[in-house]
Design a protein around this ligand. Sequence first.
Ligand code: FES
Length: 88
Amino acid sequence: MEKKVSVKVCLGTTCFVMGSANLQELIDMVPKKYGDKVDVSGVPCLGLCSIDWEFSKAPYVKVDDDVIKEATVEKVLKAIDDKLAAMK
Ligand code: FES
């Protein structure tokens, strides 16, 4: 089976307030850009904001098992590109 990169955009309250609303465009953009090589979904709180709250680095996005802090569309696309490059 072909390996896929999994992208989880946190849409929990903290991440949402800290800007994950902007990241929702990834949910449309990623399938258009990468086709079925990448699965992207919005998920409820990943539980990271409570651990890291003091130095809050929300919004968080998970790309496979890697956590991207203070995620932006650019950072997430870069992480996906790195993962896909590493799979080849
Ligand atoms: S709301 Fe995103 S990790 Fe909690």
